[in-house]
Design a binder for this molecule. Structure first.
Ligand SMILES: [Zn+2]
Length: 120
């Protein structure tokens, strides 16, 4: 296991992207955070902010903030994500389309098996 936290983004494990998709089990998985726990500065002296040790992206960071600031204000505990979250029921779909001047082309996409959500 990498020296990383799992991304704390509330919906990280529901975003349909190729790098989150595990084809063998048909699940979308949450990502690891962007930075390792002990990551130092890079060769140019740039240091990732500490918040990057908890989130994979700015988007996940801001989603977490929006969802949890009220909890922080009221002193309510917020669950820390310590296991890899998953969303089930996805599969990879390969489709052939007719393109420019009738030349076929292939697209790959990840879709929910029950077709409730279809995102390419
Ligand atoms: Zn994330």
């Amino acid at each position: 296991m990498p020296n990383k936290h799992f991304c704390q983004g509330p919906h990280c494990h529901e975003q349909i992207t190729q790098d989150r998709f595990l084809k063998s089990r048909g699940v979308i998985r949450g990502r690891y955070a962007y930075a390792t726990l002990d990551q130092g500065p890079n060769q140019y002296g740039w240091q990732a902010p500490d918040s990057d040790k908890y989130f994979c992206s700015q988007s996940c960071k801001f989603t977490w903030l929006s969802q949890n600031m009220e909890n922080i204000e009221h002193g309510r505990p917020i669950e820390f994500i310590r296991h890899r979250r998953e969303s089930q029921g996805y599969h990879k779909v390969t489709e052939e389309h007719e393109g420019w001047q009738g030349r076929p082309y292939i697209t790959n996409s990840i879709k929910r098996v029950d077709n409730r959500t279809e995102l390419d």
